[in-house]
Design a protein. Structure first.
Length: 276
């Protein structure tokens, strides 16, 4: 399904039901491993409940107005794309982005986007890329002779699990006060060393999970939507506006991945973080 057939942008006509507005940062530069599929999932899971998700691309050179959105998404890309994006993020979008984060707007950042929301990325070659410092974290690429972190991955998250696919050369390390998204049950995670994956600050979530992340993790997709609905329409709105769906196929895909990784779906616990 092409984005031209599935996108609903901010110029679309009015909706009689609830509406959420999502800003998609750098959709052309940062779309590795099907990250646009996360947008499709959020839109479809909203539509099935009568909620319209309006998606607006935020390209290089365009400022970010935090009052214009209810959610933000930034995906992953190769190092050559991240240089231009990092500069734009710092010089054009950082102020609006920081205000959105501090106002508890839900944000999902995947792979390269995750790295750019941290303090800096030290690539295998060339100068460091300065991030915008939302996460107390930094990323170091240890050189092309060091094996990449590649493969399927499973995390403990809350009383459930998250699954996905990772492919990153950089190793991300969290500062002392930073909270990871989850505990690695299989795979590499942030750095293949400390058993942690991703980072959370307020309602901003950074992760290396591609695949795309949300199709096989419907509970996490709904978590992001609930945060956005509660913020826009009041606490409890998300639970009211997002009744349960028949997610048998999604959970079958999720559990198939867990079985491939020899991970039990019900024997783990990791506290869902929200830091301020």
């Amino acid at each position: 399904m092409s984005e031209s057939n599935t996108s609903m942008n901010a110029e679309s006509g009015p909706s009689e039901g609830p509406v959420l507005r999502l800003g998609h940062l750098y959709p052309d530069q940062l779309n590795m491993y099907g990250d646009r599929g996360n947008i499709i999932v959020l839109r479809q899971r909203s539509a099935w409940r009568g909620v319209m998700l309006q998606v607006t691309p935020l390209e290089i050179g365009e400022p970010l107005d935090p009052d214009a959105y209810d959610m933000l998404f930034i995906g992953g890309g190769q190092d050559k794309e991240q240089d231009e994006v990092a500069r734009d993020l710092r010089e054009v979008k950082a102020d609006g982005f920081m205000r959105a984060v501090e106002a508890d707007m839900p944000v999902l950042a995947v792979c390269g986007g995750y790295q750019l929301l941290a303090k800096y990325y030290h690539p295998a070659e060339g100068p460091d890329l300065e991030g915008i410092g939302i996460f107390d974290a930094w990323t170091i690429h240890k050189g092309k002779k060091v094996a990449r972190c590649i493969g399927n991955v499973a995390l403990a998250w809350g009383e459930s699990t998250l699954v996905g696919f990772e492919n990153h050369g950089g190793r991300t390390y969290l500062g002392g006060g930073a909270q990871p998204l989850g505990k690695v049950l299989a795979g590499h995670g942030n750095n293949s060393e400390d058993g942690r994956e991703g980072c959370v600050y307020r309602n901003t979530y950074g992760t290396y999970l591609h695949g795309s992340l949300l199709p096989k993790n419907p509970h996490f997709a709904d978590h992001m939507l609930r945060l956005a609905l509660d913020r826009r329409y009041g606490v409890g709105s998300g639970a009211h506006l997002l009744p349960a769906l028949a997610d048998a196929e999604e959970w079958r895909a999720h559990d198939t991945m867990l079985r491939r990784l020899n991970v039990s779906p019900r024997s783990h616990y990791f506290e869902v973080a929200r830091t301020s």
